[in-house]
Every structure is written in structure tokens, then in C-alpha cells.
Design a protein around this ligand. Structure first.
Ligand SMILES: Nc1ncnc2c1ncn2[C@@H]1O[C@H](COP(=O)(O)OP(=O)(O)OP(=O)(O)O)[C@@H](O)[C@H]1O
Length: 251
């Protein structure tokens, strides 16, 4: 479904962020991209949704292909229409719109009837029942967890086939993180939604994803099934700053 092959990326023609990242997300897979601060997770996801140029960044080598489409030659809006939808880091909501208005903006790109939009809204409320209670609240006045659910719900309104999420757990209470990941897993299992999620919270990502890739300073240093990676106690020490050499030596 998504093939990232030896991708290199820079910002402002000077700051190298990715040095040859490769990974595949298969159809129906839940894939986690792990790594510490600055490892290149967000840059990889922005490359996947062709959003790097908006940050004075660009892919300088390698290729990214989504369902046969060269991502570098496809606009972010066209990628959404093809089914690749990204929820950026920081749970961006339209703060002065209500939760429901935010959700409805996710359906704008499709030529849906009112009935279809209403059905899609119901689907989001079934996934995140809490949002139904908050539907008339201004998004900017809701909690961090509600804003994250709104941002994910808005993405789901565009009926993605591949949902890309950047650090959905950031700054949220553990119970809310579990709730969000449980719902993502359910969508993945029951509706076949493919998911690529970047996370610093390796514990929750390894709990729910099928496979994972670990990035370190712009290089993919480790990949495998989460069942395999969960057995590796050295994964945790990796996040606490031990050298990658230690990690690779143990591989
Ligand atoms: N807009 C930007 N301009 C210049 N350099 C950037 C920009 N965004 C990221 N970088 C640099 O690119 C490298 C990779 O950053 P990136 O944000 O992709 O890492 P990350 O793994 O997502 O980290 P975090 O978990 O902290 O978000 C870092 O060295 C970072 O400083």
C-alpha cells in the first residue's frame, strides 16, 4: 500500500533530517514508527503526505509510492482524495468551530449527500462517544483528549484507507491514550483501515501495532513485528539514550 524506499530529506537545503529511510505499510496493517526526539518521525510522515515543502523541506533522494502513485508528484489534497489522510502532531482543531463543525470539515472534500455525512458523523460518534456529548462545544475549549479525538474523527470523515498519525498520545493521560489506541485497533481489525503511527510512547505503540520501525537520527535502525520487538528489553534502553550500537549488537 505504502512503500518508502531509501528516502533522504533536508530542510532549507541545509539541515539533513532523513538519511535513507525505508519501510512498507501493507494493506490492512497497523505500523508504528518509533524513535526519540528528533529521530525523524515527523519528517517521514510529512514526506509521506507531501507536506515538507510547506516547511521549506524536501525529499532529495529515494521514493515514496502510495497505491501506485508517486507521492512527490501528488498534492496533499489529491493524496487525501486517494485515501491517504494525516493527523498532524499537536491535535490541530479549528478552535473557534464546534466539535461537530470540525468533524464536518473532514467530509468537505467528498461530494457526499447530507444523509451520507450524517451517517459518517454517527460512525465517528460511535467510535468516540464522548464527542457526541461535546458536539456543540467550541473545540478550542475542550480537553486535550477531546481535541485529539476531534482531529482523528475529522480525518475519519474523509474515509481514509491509510490513516497517518503523528504522536497521538502526546500530552494525554494514559487512560485516554489507551482509549484512542483501542479504537484505532478496532478500526484496523474490523474495517481493515491501514494505519501508520509515529510514537515516542513505545509501550502503547508496541501493544497495539502489528509491525514497527525504529528510527534514530534519520536512519531506520530496526524493524520487525511488534511481538518480536516486545521481547527486546534493550528497546527501552534505546529510548533512554543508550547507543544504537548496543541495540544493533544485540540484534
Ligand atoms: N521545519 C524544520 N526546519 C528545520 N529543521 C527541522 C524542521 N523540522 C524538523 N527539523 C529537524 O529535523 C530533524 C528530525 O526532526 P523530526 O521532527 O522529524 O523528528 P521527530 O522524530 O518527529 O521528533 P519529535 O518526536 O521531537 O517530534 C531534527 O534534527 C529537527 O531539528
Amino acid at each position: 500500500m505504502l512503500q518508502i524506499d531509501a528516502v533522504e530529506a533536508v530542510y532549507q537545503n541545509a539541515i539533513a533530517a532523513l538519511h535513507g529511510v525505508s519501510l512498507n505499510v501493507r494493506a490492512g496493517e497497523f505500523h508504528a514508527l518509533l524513535g526519540a526526539n528528533g529521530a525523524g518521525k515527523s519528517t517521514t510522515l510529512k514526506a509521506v503526505s507531501n507536506l515538507l515543502p510547506a516547511q521549506r523541506g524536501k525529499v532529495t533522494a529515494g521514493s515514496i509510492v502510495f497505491d501506485g502513485h508517486n507521492v512527490g508528484r501528488t498534492s496533499p489534497a489529491a493524496l487525501v482524495r486517494l485515501g491517504l489522510v494525516t493527523v498532524l502532531e499537536g491535535r490541530h482543531c479549528f478552535r473557534s468551530l464546534t466539535v461537530e463543525e470540525n468533524l464536518l470539515t473532514g467530509g468537505l472534500g467528498r461530494s457526499s449527500s447530507r444523509t451520507e455525512l450524517a451517517k459518517d458523523l454517527e460512525r465517528v460518534y460511535a467510535i468516540f462517544p464522548h464527542l457526541r456529548d461535546k458536539r456543540r462545544a467550541l473545540a478550542g475549549l475542550t480537553s486535550g483528549g477531546e481535541q485529539q479525538m476531534t482531529a482523528i474523527g475529522r480525518a475519519l470523515m474523509s474515509r481514509p484507507r491509510l490513516l497517518v498519525l503523528d504522536e497521538p498520545s502526546m500530552g494525554l493521560a494514559p487512560l485516554i491514550v489507551q482509549d484512542i489506541f483501542r479504537q484505532l485497533k478496532r478500526l484496523n481489525r474490523e474495517e481493515g483501515l491501514s494505519i501508520l503511527v509515529a510514537e515516542q510512547n513505545s509501550t502503547v505503540a508496541l501493544q497495539y501495532a502489528d509491525r514497527a520501525t525504529v528510527l534514530d537520527t534519520g536512519v531506520a535502525v530496526l524493524a520487525g513485528t511488534t511481538a518480536e520487538l516486545r521481547q527486546r528489553s534493550d528497546i527501552q534502553s534505546f529510548y533512554f539514550g543508550e547507543s544504537v550500537a548496543t541495540l544493533q549488537a544485540a540484534a
